[in-house]
Design a protein around this ligand. Structure first.
Ligand SMILES: C[S@@+](CC[C@H](N)C(=O)[O-])C[C@H]1O[C@@H](n2cnc3c(N)ncnc32)[C@H](O)[C@@H]1O
Length: 332
Protein backbone atom coordinates (compact mmCIF):
# COMPACT_ATOMS: atom_id res chain seq x y z
CA UNK A 1 0.00 0.00 0.00
CA UNK A 2 1.55 3.25 -1.07
CA UNK A 3 1.94 5.79 1.65
CA UNK A 4 1.75 9.46 1.05
CA UNK A 5 5.18 10.95 1.29
CA UNK A 6 4.36 14.04 -0.73
CA UNK A 7 7.58 14.48 -2.57
CA UNK A 8 10.19 14.05 0.10
CA UNK A 9 12.09 10.87 0.94
CA UNK A 10 10.58 9.34 4.03
CA UNK A 11 12.65 7.03 6.16
CA UNK A 12 10.64 4.28 7.77
CA UNK A 13 11.57 4.05 11.44
CA UNK A 14 12.43 0.63 12.82
CA UNK A 15 10.49 -0.59 15.87
CA UNK A 16 13.73 -0.29 17.86
CA UNK A 17 14.12 3.35 16.84
CA UNK A 18 10.53 4.11 17.88
CA UNK A 19 11.08 2.27 21.16
CA UNK A 20 14.28 4.23 21.80
CA UNK A 21 12.49 7.51 21.14
CA UNK A 22 9.79 6.68 23.70
CA UNK A 23 12.33 5.33 26.18
CA UNK A 24 13.94 8.76 26.00
CA UNK A 25 11.02 11.15 25.56
CA UNK A 26 7.97 9.58 27.21
CA UNK A 27 8.21 11.84 30.27
CA UNK A 28 8.29 14.95 28.05
CA UNK A 29 5.24 13.69 26.14
CA UNK A 30 3.40 12.99 29.39
CA UNK A 31 4.03 16.56 30.50
CA UNK A 32 2.77 17.87 27.17
CA UNK A 33 -0.44 15.83 27.09
CA UNK A 34 -1.35 15.62 30.76
CA UNK A 35 -0.35 12.06 31.51
CA UNK A 36 -0.98 10.38 28.20
CA UNK A 37 0.72 10.58 24.81
CA UNK A 38 -2.02 11.50 22.40
CA UNK A 39 -3.82 14.52 21.06
CA UNK A 40 -6.77 16.00 22.85
CA UNK A 41 -10.22 16.32 21.33
CA UNK A 42 -11.26 19.95 21.80
CA UNK A 43 -14.85 20.97 21.45
CA UNK A 44 -15.50 23.33 18.55
CA UNK A 45 -19.09 24.44 19.01
CA UNK A 46 -20.83 25.39 15.77
CA UNK A 47 -21.03 27.88 14.19
CA UNK A 48 -17.98 29.34 15.91
CA UNK A 49 -14.63 28.22 14.61
CA UNK A 50 -12.88 28.97 17.88
CA UNK A 51 -12.27 26.50 20.64
CA UNK A 52 -13.87 26.58 24.04
CA UNK A 53 -11.51 27.31 26.87
CA UNK A 54 -10.59 23.92 28.19
CA UNK A 55 -7.50 22.20 29.44
CA UNK A 56 -5.37 19.75 27.52
CA UNK A 57 -6.20 17.22 30.22
CA UNK A 58 -9.94 17.53 29.61
CA UNK A 59 -9.33 17.23 25.87
CA UNK A 60 -7.07 14.17 26.05
CA UNK A 61 -9.46 12.47 28.45
CA UNK A 62 -12.27 13.23 26.03
CA UNK A 63 -10.33 11.60 23.18
CA UNK A 64 -9.92 8.45 25.25
CA UNK A 65 -13.62 8.52 26.16
CA UNK A 66 -14.52 8.76 22.49
CA UNK A 67 -12.42 5.70 21.75
CA UNK A 68 -14.07 3.84 24.64
CA UNK A 69 -17.50 4.80 23.31
CA UNK A 70 -16.67 3.47 19.86
CA UNK A 71 -15.74 0.08 21.29
CA UNK A 72 -19.48 -0.21 22.00
CA UNK A 73 -19.01 -2.64 24.83
CA UNK A 74 -22.25 -3.60 26.55
CA UNK A 75 -21.25 -1.90 29.80
CA UNK A 76 -20.30 1.44 28.25
CA UNK A 77 -22.81 4.26 28.34
CA UNK A 78 -20.36 7.12 28.04
CA UNK A 79 -20.64 10.00 25.66
CA UNK A 80 -18.51 13.06 25.39
CA UNK A 81 -20.98 15.76 26.28
CA UNK A 82 -22.90 16.29 29.48
CA UNK A 83 -23.67 12.72 30.31
CA UNK A 84 -23.05 10.43 33.13
CA UNK A 85 -20.75 7.46 32.87
CA UNK A 86 -22.16 4.33 34.35
CA UNK A 87 -20.32 1.09 34.35
CA UNK A 88 -20.72 -2.34 35.63
CA UNK A 89 -17.49 -4.11 36.20
CA UNK A 90 -15.69 -7.16 37.35
CA UNK A 91 -14.71 -9.94 35.03
CA UNK A 92 -15.43 -7.73 32.02
CA UNK A 93 -14.32 -8.36 28.45
CA UNK A 94 -10.64 -8.28 27.48
CA UNK A 95 -9.58 -5.31 25.36
CA UNK A 96 -6.23 -4.87 23.62
CA UNK A 97 -4.51 -1.46 23.68
CA UNK A 98 -2.09 -1.45 20.74
CA UNK A 99 0.72 0.96 21.63
CA UNK A 100 -0.38 1.71 25.18
CA UNK A 101 2.07 4.46 26.11
CA UNK A 102 2.38 4.70 29.87
CA UNK A 103 -1.06 3.30 30.54
CA UNK A 104 -3.35 6.25 31.22
CA UNK A 105 -5.71 5.47 28.32
CA UNK A 106 -5.85 1.80 29.36
CA UNK A 107 -6.79 2.77 32.90
CA UNK A 108 -9.44 5.17 31.67
CA UNK A 109 -10.92 2.65 29.25
CA UNK A 110 -10.94 -0.01 31.98
CA UNK A 111 -12.70 2.37 34.34
CA UNK A 112 -15.22 3.52 31.76
CA UNK A 113 -16.10 0.11 30.42
CA UNK A 114 -15.40 -2.44 33.14
CA UNK A 115 -13.10 -4.24 30.70
CA UNK A 116 -9.72 -5.75 31.43
CA UNK A 117 -7.34 -3.81 29.19
CA UNK A 118 -4.08 -5.40 28.08
CA UNK A 119 -1.60 -2.82 26.81
CA UNK A 120 1.43 -3.49 24.64
CA UNK A 121 4.23 -1.10 23.79
CA UNK A 122 7.53 -1.21 21.92
CA UNK A 123 9.10 0.91 24.68
CA UNK A 124 10.41 -0.93 27.73
CA UNK A 125 10.48 2.35 29.67
CA UNK A 126 6.78 2.88 28.98
CA UNK A 127 5.97 -0.58 30.29
CA UNK A 128 7.87 0.20 33.50
CA UNK A 129 6.02 3.52 33.90
CA UNK A 130 2.68 1.91 33.07
CA UNK A 131 3.14 -0.79 35.67
CA UNK A 132 4.36 1.57 38.41
CA UNK A 133 1.04 2.99 39.68
CA UNK A 134 -0.38 -0.50 39.62
CA UNK A 135 2.38 -1.75 41.90
CA UNK A 136 1.76 1.17 44.28
CA UNK A 137 -1.96 0.56 44.17
CA UNK A 138 -1.54 -3.04 45.18
CA UNK A 139 0.06 -1.81 48.41
CA UNK A 140 -2.69 0.71 49.17
CA UNK A 141 -6.32 0.32 50.22
CA UNK A 142 -8.87 1.07 47.47
CA UNK A 143 -10.56 4.48 47.36
CA UNK A 144 -14.32 4.46 47.63
CA UNK A 145 -16.46 5.46 44.68
CA UNK A 146 -18.23 8.81 44.54
CA UNK A 147 -20.79 9.04 41.73
CA UNK A 148 -23.12 6.17 41.11
CA UNK A 149 -20.66 3.37 40.47
CA UNK A 150 -17.15 3.26 39.10
CA UNK A 151 -15.23 5.38 36.70
CA UNK A 152 -11.96 7.27 36.58
CA UNK A 153 -12.18 9.35 39.73
CA UNK A 154 -12.31 12.59 37.80
CA UNK A 155 -15.70 13.95 38.83
CA UNK A 156 -17.08 16.53 36.41
CA UNK A 157 -14.60 17.78 33.83
CA UNK A 158 -15.65 20.07 31.02
CA UNK A 159 -18.91 18.37 30.24
CA UNK A 160 -17.67 14.85 30.90
CA UNK A 161 -19.04 13.41 34.09
CA UNK A 162 -17.26 10.33 35.24
CA UNK A 163 -17.43 8.25 38.34
CA UNK A 164 -14.68 7.08 40.65
CA UNK A 165 -12.98 3.75 40.13
CA UNK A 166 -13.51 0.75 42.29
CA UNK A 167 -10.74 -1.33 40.77
CA UNK A 168 -8.48 -1.05 37.81
CA UNK A 169 -8.23 -3.96 35.44
CA UNK A 170 -5.10 -3.36 33.40
CA UNK A 171 -1.92 -5.16 32.51
CA UNK A 172 1.00 -4.20 30.31
CA UNK A 173 3.68 -5.98 28.36
CA UNK A 174 6.44 -5.30 25.89
CA UNK A 175 5.59 -6.51 22.38
CA UNK A 176 6.01 -5.49 18.75
CA UNK A 177 2.54 -5.25 17.20
CA UNK A 178 3.95 -6.09 13.76
CA UNK A 179 5.27 -9.46 14.95
CA UNK A 180 3.39 -12.42 16.39
CA UNK A 181 1.35 -10.95 19.22
CA UNK A 182 1.67 -13.13 22.31
CA UNK A 183 -2.07 -13.76 22.61
CA UNK A 184 -4.28 -16.65 21.50
CA UNK A 185 -6.53 -16.17 18.48
CA UNK A 186 -9.90 -14.68 19.34
CA UNK A 187 -8.88 -13.84 22.90
CA UNK A 188 -10.04 -10.18 22.86
CA UNK A 189 -13.51 -8.66 22.58
CA UNK A 190 -12.13 -5.41 21.18
CA UNK A 191 -8.99 -3.42 20.47
CA UNK A 192 -7.92 0.15 19.99
CA UNK A 193 -4.82 1.93 18.72
CA UNK A 194 -4.36 5.57 19.63
CA UNK A 195 -1.60 7.17 17.55
CA UNK A 196 0.47 4.01 17.39
CA UNK A 197 -0.09 2.63 13.88
CA UNK A 198 1.33 5.75 12.25
CA UNK A 199 4.75 4.72 13.54
CA UNK A 200 4.60 1.29 12.01
CA UNK A 201 6.32 0.46 8.73
CA UNK A 202 3.95 -2.44 8.13
CA UNK A 203 0.52 -1.38 9.31
CA UNK A 204 -1.03 -4.30 7.41
CA UNK A 205 0.99 -6.80 9.48
CA UNK A 206 0.02 -5.10 12.73
CA UNK A 207 -3.65 -4.96 11.76
CA UNK A 208 -3.54 -8.64 10.78
CA UNK A 209 -2.14 -9.47 14.21
CA UNK A 210 -4.90 -7.49 15.90
CA UNK A 211 -7.50 -9.13 13.69
CA UNK A 212 -6.25 -12.57 14.69
CA UNK A 213 -6.37 -11.68 18.38
CA UNK A 214 -9.98 -10.41 18.12
CA UNK A 215 -13.04 -12.53 18.08
CA UNK A 216 -15.53 -12.08 15.21
CA UNK A 217 -17.73 -9.05 15.78
CA UNK A 218 -15.10 -7.44 18.03
CA UNK A 219 -14.46 -3.80 17.36
CA UNK A 220 -11.25 -2.04 16.47
CA UNK A 221 -10.98 1.71 17.05
CA UNK A 222 -8.12 3.67 15.49
CA UNK A 223 -7.32 7.28 16.36
CA UNK A 224 -4.56 8.44 14.05
CA UNK A 225 -3.24 10.92 11.52
CA UNK A 226 -4.04 10.96 7.83
CA UNK A 227 -3.00 13.08 4.89
CA UNK A 228 -5.62 14.76 2.77
CA UNK A 229 -4.67 14.72 -0.93
CA UNK A 230 -7.52 17.13 -1.70
CA UNK A 231 -5.68 19.85 0.20
CA UNK A 232 -3.03 21.43 -1.99
CA UNK A 233 0.66 21.70 -1.29
CA UNK A 234 0.22 25.45 -0.91
CA UNK A 235 -1.59 24.69 2.37
CA UNK A 236 1.39 22.73 3.67
CA UNK A 237 4.48 22.12 1.57
CA UNK A 238 5.70 18.52 1.15
CA UNK A 239 8.86 19.27 3.10
CA UNK A 240 6.77 20.34 6.11
CA UNK A 241 4.78 17.09 5.93
CA UNK A 242 8.07 15.20 5.75
CA UNK A 243 9.45 17.20 8.69
CA UNK A 244 6.38 16.28 10.74
CA UNK A 245 6.87 12.60 9.86
CA UNK A 246 10.55 12.76 10.67
CA UNK A 247 10.03 14.49 14.03
CA UNK A 248 7.28 12.11 15.12
CA UNK A 249 8.95 8.99 13.66
CA UNK A 250 5.97 8.36 11.44
CA UNK A 251 6.33 5.68 8.78
CA UNK A 252 4.48 7.95 6.31
CA UNK A 253 0.94 9.27 6.43
CA UNK A 254 -1.92 7.42 4.76
CA UNK A 255 -5.00 8.88 3.13
CA UNK A 256 -8.43 7.96 4.49
CA UNK A 257 -8.93 5.60 1.54
CA UNK A 258 -5.64 3.90 2.30
CA UNK A 259 -6.64 3.52 5.95
CA UNK A 260 -9.90 1.90 4.87
CA UNK A 261 -8.03 -0.45 2.56
CA UNK A 262 -5.54 -1.42 5.25
CA UNK A 263 -8.25 -2.15 7.80
CA UNK A 264 -10.44 -4.06 5.36
CA UNK A 265 -7.44 -5.99 4.08
CA UNK A 266 -6.86 -7.27 7.62
CA UNK A 267 -10.36 -8.77 7.86
CA UNK A 268 -12.43 -5.89 9.20
CA UNK A 269 -15.58 -4.17 8.03
CA UNK A 270 -15.33 -0.40 8.42
CA UNK A 271 -18.25 0.88 10.50
CA UNK A 272 -17.42 4.57 10.52
CA UNK A 273 -14.65 7.04 9.77
CA UNK A 274 -14.87 10.39 11.47
CA UNK A 275 -12.70 13.28 10.37
CA UNK A 276 -11.90 15.14 13.59
CA UNK A 277 -9.05 17.31 12.38
CA UNK A 278 -10.76 20.54 13.50
CA UNK A 279 -11.05 19.19 17.01
CA UNK A 280 -7.38 18.29 17.32
CA UNK A 281 -5.69 21.20 15.56
CA UNK A 282 -4.98 23.04 18.79
CA UNK A 283 -2.62 20.22 19.87
CA UNK A 284 0.05 21.31 17.39
CA UNK A 285 0.25 24.63 19.21
CA UNK A 286 0.33 22.91 22.56
CA UNK A 287 3.34 20.94 21.33
CA UNK A 288 5.05 23.98 19.85
CA UNK A 289 4.59 25.99 23.05
CA UNK A 290 5.86 23.18 25.27
CA UNK A 291 8.93 22.63 23.11
CA UNK A 292 9.70 26.35 23.05
CA UNK A 293 9.38 26.56 26.83
CA UNK A 294 11.70 23.57 27.22
CA UNK A 295 14.20 25.19 24.87
CA UNK A 296 14.41 28.27 27.11
CA UNK A 297 15.88 26.28 29.99
CA UNK A 298 17.55 23.44 28.08
CA UNK A 299 21.32 22.96 27.88
CA UNK A 300 22.82 24.63 24.83
CA UNK A 301 23.25 21.32 23.04
CA UNK A 302 19.51 20.54 23.19
CA UNK A 303 18.12 24.01 22.37
CA UNK A 304 18.40 23.69 18.60
CA UNK A 305 16.50 20.41 18.43
CA UNK A 306 13.70 21.67 20.66
CA UNK A 307 13.31 24.89 18.70
CA UNK A 308 13.34 23.02 15.39
CA UNK A 309 10.63 20.70 16.74
CA UNK A 310 8.54 23.68 17.80
CA UNK A 311 8.88 25.19 14.31
CA UNK A 312 7.68 21.95 12.69
CA UNK A 313 4.57 21.91 14.87
CA UNK A 314 3.90 25.59 14.24
CA UNK A 315 3.98 25.01 10.49
CA UNK A 316 1.46 22.19 10.78
CA UNK A 317 -0.79 24.07 13.19
CA UNK A 318 -2.25 26.34 10.52
CA UNK A 319 -2.80 23.59 8.00
CA UNK A 320 -5.62 21.32 6.90
CA UNK A 321 -3.45 18.86 5.06
CA UNK A 322 -2.60 16.63 7.98
CA UNK A 323 -5.89 15.31 9.25
CA UNK A 324 -6.91 13.11 12.14
CA UNK A 325 -9.43 10.31 12.00
CA UNK A 326 -11.40 8.18 14.38
CA UNK A 327 -11.99 4.93 12.54
CA UNK A 328 -14.25 2.22 13.88
CA UNK A 329 -14.29 -1.26 12.38
CA UNK A 330 -15.69 -4.67 13.18
CA UNK A 331 -13.86 -7.96 12.85
CA UNK A 332 -15.63 -10.01 10.18
C1 LIG B 1 2.04 8.43 20.42
S1 LIG B 1 2.31 7.06 21.51
C2 LIG B 1 0.63 6.73 22.01
C3 LIG B 1 0.58 6.05 23.35
C4 LIG B 1 -0.82 5.77 23.87
N1 LIG B 1 -1.65 5.14 22.87
C5 LIG B 1 -1.48 7.03 24.37
O1 LIG B 1 -2.45 7.42 23.74
O2 LIG B 1 -1.06 7.58 25.38
C6 LIG B 1 2.65 5.72 20.39
C7 LIG B 1 2.70 4.36 21.04
O3 LIG B 1 2.80 3.34 20.02
C8 LIG B 1 3.73 2.38 20.46
N2 LIG B 1 4.28 1.66 19.31
C9 LIG B 1 4.84 2.16 18.20
N3 LIG B 1 5.25 1.17 17.39
C10 LIG B 1 4.92 0.01 18.00
C11 LIG B 1 5.05 -1.37 17.67
N4 LIG B 1 5.65 -1.76 16.54
N5 LIG B 1 4.57 -2.29 18.53
C12 LIG B 1 3.98 -1.91 19.69
N6 LIG B 1 3.82 -0.63 20.06
C13 LIG B 1 4.28 0.32 19.22
C14 LIG B 1 4.76 3.19 21.22
O4 LIG B 1 5.57 2.39 22.01
C15 LIG B 1 3.86 4.13 21.99
O5 LIG B 1 3.40 3.49 23.14
Amino acid sequence: MAQQQRGAQQQIPTPDAVGDMYDQFSELCLEMFAGCIHFGYFQVPPPASSYTDESIEAATDRMTSLVADQLALPTTTTTTTNTTTTTTGGGGPRILDVGCGTGKPARQVASLTGAHVVGISISQRQIELAAAPQQQQQQQPQQSSSIGGKGNGGGSRSGVITAAPVREEVSFQYADAMKDLPFPAGSFAGAYAIESLFHMGDKGAALAQVSRALRPGGRLVVADFFVDPAVGDDDLAPEHVAAFCHLTQSSGLNTVDEWRGLVEGAGFRVVEVRDIRRNVRRNYRVMAETLRQKALYAPEVAKGGLEAGAAVMENVSGSNKIGYLLLTAERV
